[in-house]
Design a protein around this ligand. Structure first.
Ligand code: SF4
Ligand code: SF4
Length: 291
């Protein structure tokens, strides 16, 4: 019988899909972060998907936030794992080093996750997992343990390029900004996070998107995600199932304590940016209602 491995432990502790890949074959984007961990390139990255969607939120007509901004900010979930998962691993494997990253990571996450076998890369640039589509964040544990010791298997030959989606182009067709595949500078999600005044074109774009934060159009057009939604596959992680706010308005925002506000994805640009977006949408709504 196959021995219970570290990868098995991580899968059962997290309850989500996880795959390993040697650090030596990962693209290292921020080497200074790796240096700080003292984990050598002979170590391993264990990448895991963090599903965040409750499918009922997709069709909630009140929703004016991108789906990823409905639950609390996933960086808080990562902080929780730092105080739960990492101590458990250090208890099981006291002679090894572990570091946890997500978003701000030494490795190129999407590329490494897809090459490790966690999913494919979509034309929209996101990881698409078989289980949860692209409604996932990516997290990774880096360790000085070898791939063989993490998985109990000999390292296979990993693809030099990540596997890609079926390239149906539906995401690009659905994009209200006509974003070319590689150029995300016009992306509505980035625009909704821009500080300062918006130009009239940018204001129109935001109104066209209809959300006060982010944009889901490319993800909602993707056949892989439509299957997830059709089958009602919700995140199993209680952090993302609780404290969801599909809608916010200026009154709700003003009533939020700093602690509540800082738990939301839209807080990272400060109150002024989300307030500006909400006022734009609310003014347009009031104009429409005025006879
Ligand atoms: S998030 Fe919206 S604007 Fe950005 S690429 Fe996707 S569809 Fe286009
Ligand atoms: S909509 Fe089509 S092209 Fe776009 S990510 Fe999904 S499968 Fe790929």
């Amino acid at each position: 019988m196959k021995e219970h491995t570290m990868l098995d432990s991580i899968r059962s502790l997290l309850g989500v899909p996880a795959r390993a890949i040697p650090l030596s074959v990962c693209g290292i984007g921020r080497s200074y972060l790796l240096d700080r961990t003292n984990i050598p390139l002979t170590g391993t990255a264990i990448l895991f998907a963090i599903p965040y969607v409750m499918t009922e939120d997709v069709t909630d007509s009140r929703r004016n936030l991108s789906l990823y901004a409905v639950p609390r900010d996933y960086h808080l979930y990562i902080r929780e794992l730092e105080t739960t998962l990492l101590p458990s691993l250090r208890g099981f494997y006291p002679h090894n080093r572990f570091a946890l990253f997500s978003d701000h990571s030494p490795i190129r996450e999407v590329d490494a996750a897809a090459r490790a076998g966690l999913g494919t890369v979509g034309m929209h640039g996101l990881l698409i997992t078989p289980e949860y589509g692209s409604f996932v964040f990516i997290g990774e544990i880096l360790t000085d343990m070898s791939y063989e010791n993490v998985t109990g298997e000999t390292a296979p030959v990993f693809p030099s390029e990540p596997p890609t989606c079926r390239a149906c182009g539906l995401c690009q067709k659905a994009c209200p900004m006509d974003c070319p595949t590689e150029d995300k500078s016009r992306c509505l999600s980035a625009l909704s996070q821009k500080k300062g005044e918006l130009t009239s074109c940018e204001r129109e774009a935001l109104l066209r998107g209809g959300l006060a934060w982010g944009c889901d159009a490319c993800q909602l057009a993707c056949p892989y995600n439509l299957r997830v939604l059709r089958d009602g596959i919700d995140t199993p992680i209680s952090f993302f199932r609780r404290s969801r706010m599909p809608r916010i308005d200026t009154d709700m925002l003003n009533a939020m304590t700093e602690e509540d506000f800082s738990a939301r994805a839209y807080s990272w640009r400060g109150r002024a940016v989300i307030t500006r977006n909400l006022q734009l949408l609310e003014d347009a709504d009031n104009e429409r209602r005025t006879p």
